[in-house]
Design a protein around this ligand. Structure first.
Ligand SMILES: [Ca+2]
Ligand SMILES: [Ca+2]
Ligand SMILES: [Ca+2]
Ligand SMILES: [Ca+2]
Length: 374
């Protein structure tokens, strides 16, 4: 017989995806939001699994996973068996040290492909789907210096998905426009500040086209680059964040219809929320304490009350933190869920098709094979 608090969260239960070398620890037991999730299951991935993206990769109507493995130098694809469990991994993509992966239909044939940021070789790789969830070799495009993050979106509004990458040694982002067939035009450079480790895409000014935001790790700031309407970007405007802003998510956290920014700051161990003023500017950050070394953040309605909650991967204490939205864009204190070694990335989806959201939490292992927990 579940407790009252456990039942209260059942309808909006969220699954957790974790990578690490040890089995996932059990979730917290006390009554309260710690019973939001069932205990994680573990799946093997590659060596030093570091970033997870989720999307339907075999057109089966379920959410699959792609994971970058920075030591085995490949990408693991895990296909959902339809009930929230996953088939054994398949590995793809020799192109360098994969640091991030994005899932999108890049060649317009109806299935989702992969875009991978390859640090070291300074490339972004495009891996096209054969329609059944297997992937061709990476086609590489020059993308800057130490390509670290990649996202996809139709920046120029011509109906295909373009690539946005950030490069931490050239302190810039690059846009690669889709030629319409999954091949990409040469990169166009936009300067940001020091060490942009993460990039995100959304319509930040509400004019109908996609804009770009990046967290500048060594400048302790977040850069906004607004779309001029043709896919080219205006000069960056930056806002202060915390110490070592590592990852960001974009969503309407205060429910006023425009996109707000949430940034996790690895060294100040907090999250910064920058609310959209609605006039192409953002309010000063409001901070919330999270765990040690927060390196990944995602937004989704975790408790089913209609607002966007915050989920943080705390790499320093091997946990995932959930901060529920109070409904007005302020957040309650973090509830902690245990994880394995070095929780490094988090993603959210309804993995088992039960109509609820699931939380993907990835742990990175220092050595040996990684494991992915759901
Ligand atoms: Ca495709
Ligand atoms: Ca486009
Ligand atoms: Ca816009
Ligand atoms: Ca808002």
């Amino acid at each position: 017989m579940p407790s009252i608090c456990a039942r209260a969260f059942v309808r909006a239960a969220v699954a957790i995806v974790v990578l690490g070398i040890t089995p996932a620890a059990s979730l917290g037991q006390p009554c309260g939001p710690t019973q939001l999730f069932s205990p994680p299951a573990a799946y093997e991935a590659g060596v030093e699994a570091g970033f997870v993206a989720i999307g339907d990769l075999n057109a089966a109507g379920h959410v699959d996973m792609a994971v970058t493995n920075s030591s085995s130098l490949d990408v693991s694809v895990l296909l959902n068996l339809g009930d929230g469990t996953f088939a054994p991994e398949a590995r793809y993509g020799q192109g360098g040290i994969p640091r991030a992966v994005a899932i999108d239909d890049l060649d317009g044939d109806g299935d989702n492909d992969l875009a991978v940021a390859y640090q070291g070789t300074d490339n972004v790789g495009v891996l096209l789907n054969d329609g059944e969830g297997a992937f061709a070799n990476a086609v590489l495009y020059d993308a800057g210096i130490w390509t670290f993050s990649v996202k996809t979106g139709d920046l120029d509004g011509d109906g295909d998905s373009d690539l946005v990458v950030s490069n931490i040694l050239s302190d810039d982002i690059h846009i690669l426009m889709n030629n319409g067939d999954g091949s990409f035009a040469p990169k166009v450079r936009y300067a940001v500040e020091e060490r942009p480790v993460s990039v995100a895409i959304s319509d930040l000014d509400g004019d109908g086209n996609l804009d770009v935001a990046a967290t500048n790790r060594d400048s302790n700031s977040v850069s906004l680059l607004l779309n001029r309407g043709d896919g080219s970007l205006a000069r960056q405007v930056s806002y202060p964040a915390g110490h070592w802003p590592f990852s960001l998510a974009i969503g309407d956290v205060d429910g006023d219809g425009n996109a707000d920014l949430v940034v996790v700051n690895a060294f100040s161990e907090n999250a910064s929320v920058l609310l959209n003023n609605g006039d192409r500017t953002f309010a000063d950050q409001v901070t919330y304490s999270v765990g040690r070394l927060p390196v990944s953040v995602a937004l989704a309605d975790m408790d089913g009350d209609g607002d966007a909650d915050m989920v943080v991967a705390n790499a320093g204490n091997n946990s995932v933190g959930v901060l529920l939205n109070n409904g007005d864009g302020t957040f309650a204190a973090q509830a902690i869920y245990g994880a394995g070694n070095i929780t490094a990335s988090v993603a959210l989806a309804d993995l088992d098709g039960a109509g609820d959201r699931r939380l993907g939490r990835r742990r990175r292992s220092r050595s040996g094979r990684g494991q992915l927990g759901v």
